[in-house]
Ligand binder design. Structure first.
Ligand code: PMP
Ligand code: GLU
Length: 402
């Protein structure tokens, strides 16, 4: 027997490049090589003490039985409270479904709304898993390109042009992974003006980087009254609360979509882990405006962003924007394509990342995976010392290419 027994579905599925590069860097590390990992996008901070404590209390109180499929009511009430507190939005608990990370929330939504051939408009650069999730759900990704010269943001004209009678959804992410771009309220309003003319388009707003925003207040597409009913918010505690391993994400949207997500989740995963849910309850009750843990994290990310942007300026041929959120830099490195160190010719971002992994021992993610082959992604969710060391290694290795 061989892998031809596998389904077309899985054979056609691309591997997650973020996880793949991180796997390669772990392998090199296991062989004693001092690799600096700027590939995985996760806070290097630990989960706040009060949140960890809530998880421990849940174990001690035997909150270890099957939970309700959409999540504990208490948690969904707290999420509704969070959406009111942080975003001024009114959601009832029965419009909210808690899942195993925002990734799971996203695929739930696509599985629930897409029929074969339905189109989903995705601005590029996009997060690696978006097109694969859409395809897995039978949909067709329709990519619109936002270049570095427009701070990686799509225009209302581009969005309008991409809409066809088959458009089912618009998948939007701000602050963005991989570019760190944050849309202003005016820019969001311009997109809302287009979307309001198409009331049957579902707007999936991935707001997982909400709290990592150096511009100040997060703006949600759902806050434009004229399109609120079209928006499904995807969020979670992974990034903002340094809880990647707890695997808690959620959707908040029209009740019929929440009901559909519950139905699908009821068939293939059930409600997500009880201990994680109780820790998430503590996390979502945390007001970001008063949380010292959050302030410390945000300040550290901003300082690192400044450092990295500054250091990258000194690398010839590397062109970058100044990201205002998340913890990624996404420079254009196409200047190096076609160059060689005498041994290896670099044709594209994947080859450049492999070269930098093997020669500079720095793990990055190729832009191809994000729909922008001219770029590479650096995650700066690591210490300033490691960032400085990584950039110096990258600079040295790139200098060998001519
Ligand atoms: N959306 C984006 C844009 C992300 O970067 C991530 C990070 N993995 C996710 C969703 C998924 O988050 P989670 O870890 O909660 O599944
Ligand atoms: N979202 C993170 C990243 O882009 C985590 C890895 C993943 O889930 O793909 O690196």
């Amino acid at each position: 027997m061989n892998n031809r027994i596998l389904s077309d579905r899985i054979l056609n599925l691309g591997e997650s490049a973020t996880l793949e590069m991180t796997r390669l860097s772990r392998e090199l590390k296991a062989n004693g090589i001092d690799v600096i990992t700027l590939s995985i996008g996760e806070p290097d901070f630990d989960t706040p003490e009060n949140v960890k404590q809530a998880g421990k209390v849940a174990i001690d109180n035997n909150i270890t039985h099957y939970p309700p499929v959409p999540g504990f009511l208490e948690l969904r009430e707290a999420i509704a409270g969070k959406l009111k507190r942080d975003n001024g939005l009114d959601f009832k608990p029965d419009q909210i479904v808690v899942s195993t990370g925002a990734k799971h929330s996203l695929i739930n939504v696509f599985m629930c709304i897409l029929n074969d051939g339905d189109e989903v408009i995705i601005p590029a650069p996009y997060w690696v898993s978006y097109p694969e999730m859409v395809k897995l759900s039978g949909g067709t990704p329709v990519v619109i390109d936002a270049g570095i010269d427009n701070d990686f943001k799509v225009t209302p004209e581009q969005l309008e042009k991409a809409i066809t009678p088959k458009t089912k959804a618009f998948l939007f992410n701000s602050p963005s992974n991989p570019t760190g771009s944050v849309y202003s309220r005016e820019e969001l309003k311009a997109l809302a003006d287009v979307l309001v003319k198409h009331p049957d388009i579902v707007i999936v707003a991935d707001e997982i980087y909400e709290y990592i925003n150096f511009d100040g207040k997060h703006e949600s597409l759902a806050s434009f009254d004229e399109i609120t009913d079209q928006v499904v918010i995807v969020n979670g505690v992974s990034k903002g609360m340094a809880m990647t391993g707890w695997r808690i994400g959620y959707v908040a949207g029209p009740k019929f979509i929440a009901d559909a997500c519950t139905k699908i989740q009821g068939q293939y995963t059930s409600g997500t882990g009880t201990i994680s849910q109780m820790a998430a309850l503590e996390a979502v009750k945390t007001d970001p405006k008063t949380s010292e843990a959050l302030k410390t994290m945000l300040q550290a990310f901003e300082e690192r962003r400044d450092l990295l942007v500054d250091l990258v300026k000194d690398i010839p041929g590397m062109k970058s924007n100044v990201p205002n959120g998340a913890f990624y830099l996404f420079p254009d490195v196409s200047y190096y394509y076609g160059k060689s160190d005498g041994e290896t010719i670099i044709h594209n971002s994947t080859e450049l990342c492999m070269y930098l992994l093997n020669k500079a021992h720095v793990a990055l993610v190729p832009g191809e995976a994000f729909g922008s082959p001219e770029c590479i992604r650096l995650s700066y969710a690591t210490s300033k010392d490691l960032i400085a060391e990584a950039v110096s290694r990258i600079k040295e290795a790139l200098a060998k290419l001519s």
